[in-house]
Design a binder for this molecule. Structure first.
Ligand SMILES: Cc1ncc(COP(=O)(O)O)c(C=O)c1O
Length: 402
């Protein structure tokens, strides 16, 4: 009996899981770990959303199998969101499918549209499902950069010229997890034109659509006229409404791709629990003040993080969007590499971060720091980091961290 499973062999041990296991062990020993590792929102969803969940759950007829493609009201709510936020017209019948979180949607769309040996262009570094969704489906990944500069376009063109078979899909995700990089509408205009010319599907991951901090709302690829000919976009209530555990996301856009994903899902699931879908409608259709106040809260955390870590002797760039700082290792100890540095931060500073190498080889030299603890805890993390850096002989200047 073989224990060498084809797909499992292609999934390396999850690097980030190593740090997570160390964090769990430290906590089990009673240590106070400041957890800036996972992108797991620490804020509660709006109260009216929880009330709606309870109200619908009390109905005796709300407990059967739900609709795999999502209840009509939720698809309409998401179409309305695209209308009011991006000015994009979406048909809730044919251009939207509700997913069990955007991660599930990305993975199952990969299954739906990929044949073994197909070549997929995915950013490096990136959120793991952007690559592993396709690797599980049997595809080969050709990495392209995450940074959306001229080198990015050159890499795309080179990939089309020299890869056999020609790549069939391109994954993009801005604001980026982990790098927090953003793009403007002109980028998507160029991308849509490029995809049409090269006959490549584009999958855009817009999980951080509402977490932007410089007053410039994050664009959607679907704002580009004709984008629906080549693109599908994934969004989610996980970060926007702090509902990560509820598992509700959306795929929106090209009818052919939506239909393929809907078909695969119809074999795999019965949709999310109806009360959860009804509550997600309440989130999207209801008052949006929480979206703005959460954005402001993350923006303050970002400023505190950049300032207090800077005073601790570690300069980290200020992200314009997302829930993350993408921080180069302090130069004096960059030889440790991102995994060892993350382990040392956990052990000696009681601070969990995510090693950049967990997001692809081009993430080496960086760690991802999530803004998922309050300002006081972030300042405490900075003080702990300062002590650790001093113990490593790093010059942290004379100012007090925090
Ligand atoms: C870029 C990106 N896409 C998708 C997801 C998954 O989101 P969901 O909870 O909707 O599956 C995450 C979660 O961290 C993410 O960072």
């Amino acid at each position: 009996m073989s224990e060498e499973f084809y797909r499992i062999k292609r999934l390396p041990p999850y690097v980030i899981a190593e740090v997570n296991a160390m964090r769990a062990a430290a906590r089990a020993r009673g240590e106070d770990i400041i957890d800036l590792g996972m992108g797991n929102p620490d804020l509660p969803p709006p109260q009216h959303v929880i009330d709606k969940l309870c109200e619908v759950a009390r109905k005796p007829d709300a407990h059967g199998y739900s609709a795999s493609k999502g209840i009509p009201g939720l698809r309409k709510a998401q179409a309305n969101y695209y209308g009011r936020r991006f000015g994009v017209d979406i048909d809730p019948e044919t251009e939207i499918v509700v997913t069990l979180g955007s991660k599930e949607g990305l993975a199952n769309l990969a299954q739906a549209i990929t044949a073994p040996g197909d070549v997929v262009l995915a950013p490096n570094p990136s959120y793991p499902i952007h690559t592993f969704g396709f690797i599980i489906a049997g595809a080969t990944i050709r990495s392209v950069p995450t940074t959306p500069d001229e080198h990015y376009w050159e890499s795309l063109d080179r990939a089309m010229k020299f890869t056999v078979p020609r790549p069939s899909v391109l994954v993009v995700g801005y604001p980026s997890n982990p790098t927090a990089e953003v793009v403007d509408l002109a980028f998507y205009e160029r991308l849509v034109a490029w995809a049409k010319e090269n006959k490549v599907w584009v999958l855009s991951d817009l999980a951080y659509s509402e977490l932007y901090y410089d007053g410039q709302p994050t664009p959607s690829i679907l704002q580009v006229p004709g984008a629906k000919d080549v693109a599908v976009e994934f969004t989610s209530v996980s970060k926007t409404y702090s509902m990560a555990g509820w598992r509700i996301g959306f795929a929106v856009g090209n009818k052919t791709l939506i239909s393929a994903l809907t078909r695969v899902k119809s074999y795999l699931d019965y949709g999310a629990f109806t009360p959860i879908q009804a509550a997600a409608c309440a989130a999207i259709n209801g008052p949006q003040d929480i979206v703005e106040s959460n954005r402001e809260l993350y923006r303050r955390r970002r400023d505190v993080m950049v300032e207090s870590f800077g005073r601790a002797g570690w300069d980290i760039p200020s992200p314009r969007a997302s829930m993350f700082c993408w921080a180069p290792l302090p130069p004096a100890i960059s030889h440790l590499g991102s995994l060892e540095f993350s382990k040392q931060l956990l052990t000696h500073a009681g601070v969990a971060v995510a090693p950049g190498v967990g997001y692809g080889e081009d993430g080496e030299g960086f760690v991802r720091i999530a803004m998922v603890e309050n300002e006081q805890r972030i300042r405490q993390a900075a003080r702990n980091v300062k002590r650790y850096l001093q113990s490593m002989g790093v010059n942290t200047g004379s100012k007090n961290a925090g």
